[in-house]
Design a protein around this ligand. Structure first.
Ligand code: ATP
Length: 365
């Protein structure tokens, strides 16, 4: 097992905009770190640089404290599991799992190889399928064979590139749990790329959120959800997504699209004298006033709203409430939106996000 350190890693393809732009991440021995972000944010490129399939333009990649930028992939001793599994169709499951050991040319005896393959097959519940060909396996079983190949190598770390994206939703859920279980049991350092935030939130000890080649936040799933550092992270993590509402501040009160409210003290300090803020409120911060304990109800934060669409999901019901925005506020919001796409974003939006949980511990807003 190993620690992996990325220090100011940059990747440029040709003369274009860097696909990865100064990313630094410390991955501890045995840690499970997720790289997540929208399509094109550079997460696969980052993973491919770690494994050695892509040159690093600048920065340092360290494995167990040693710089490995120039090391060939096979000398890095990392095992990668790809989205398409890359199984050999003419080989059986057992032969596929044994393949990386055969490549070491005489390092292991046949008996040792058999023992390692059987051990991996037991871990992955593939024992009874060892003589079958990949074509005769389900997607989930193929996925496990690909993982078996990583396990037999006793690699220092596992690297996963969107391993579940070819599976249907149900299987994806099952495999997600299996990967989590397996990683916990083996305690092997793992870096896992996905664009699926459920995978990111459920699997990772820590999650690195990337956008346009830059690291936005590296934190535990809980910290990402509760203390996102900017609007991008706040909007990316959480489903349904956080509501972003324009708030016009005047003294100790804030005008939101559905009413004017007194601000709790902590929000006043978060607002820090700004006049226009974006308030981030997660869907669960709204409650149906009829269900709220009447003794906690008032303090001026209850409002009337017209629900226009509902979505029933069994355990939950999502209600959508449209709101009208004052023209001048809309204009200012557009301006902020433009800044979000530019460089000046980071300090500007932090404020709203904390407020969500703070408003919540007041009562019904
Ligand atoms: P996805 O989720 O779509 O796989 P990603 O976050 O993994 O996206 P990358 O594949 O790492 O993103 O790509 C990051 C950026 O680098 C993109 O803008 C992509 O077009 C560009 N890129 C990736 N590979 C190459 C390449 N071989 N040559 C030139 N540009 C590339």
């Amino acid at each position: 097992m190993a620690s992996i350190t990325l220090k100011d890693i940059v990747k440029k393809y040709g003369d274009g905009f860097p696909a990865v732009n100064g990313v630094s991440i410390d991955i501890a021995d045995g840690e499970f770190v997720i790289l997540v972000g929208p399509s094109g944010c550079g997460k696969s490129t980052l993973l491919r640089m770690i494994v050695g399939l892509e040159d690093i333009t600048s920065g340092d990649l360290m494995i167990d404290g040693q710089r490995v930028n120039e090391k060939a992939p096979r000398d890095r001793d990392l095992a990668m599991v790809f989205q398409n599994y890359a199984l050999y169709p003419h080989l059986t499951v057992g032969e596929n799992i044994a393949f990386p050991l055969r490549l070491t040319k005489g390092k292991f005896t046949d008996a040792e190889i058999r023992e390692k393959v059987e051990h991996a097959a037991d871990l992955l519940e593939l024992r009874e399928h060892l003589d079958r060909k990949p074509a005769n396996l389900s997607g989930g079983q193929r996925q496990r064979v690909a993982m078996g190949r990583a396990i037999v190598r006793d690699a220092k770390a596992f690297l996963f590139d969107e391993p579940l994206s070819n599976l249907d939703a149900k299987l994806r859920g099952q495999m997600r749990t299996e990967i989590a279980r397996l990683q916990r049991r083996l305690a092997t350092t793992t870096v896992y790329v996905t664009h699926d935030q459920t995978e990111a939130m459920t699997l990772g000890d820590r999650v690195a959120v990337l956008r346009k080649g830059e690291l936005q936040q590296l934190a535990s799933p809980r910290a990402l959800y509760e203390q996102p550092v900017n609007l991008f992270v706040a909007g990316f993590i959480g489903s349904p997504p956080m509501n972003f509402l324009p708030g016009q501040v005047s003294g100790y009160s804030m005008e939101l699209p559905f009413g004017t409210f007194d601000m709790p003290e902590r929000i006043v300090s978060a607002v820090g004298g700004r006049e226009l803020v974006i308030v981030g409120l997660r869907p669960e911060h709204f409650e149906d006033a009829r269900l709220v304990d009447p003794t906690k109800k008032d303090r001026g934060r209850t409002f009337d709203a017209q629900i226009d669409v509902t979505e029933w999901l069994g355990a939950e019901l999502y209600a959508y409430v449209p709101f009208e925005m004052h023209a001048s506020v809309a204009e200012q919001l557009e301006e902020l939106d433009r800044e979000l796409d530019g460089e000046g974003l980071r300090t500007q939006f932090v404020v709203a996000l904390d407020s969500a949980s703070r408003v919540r511990d007041g009562d019904t807003t």
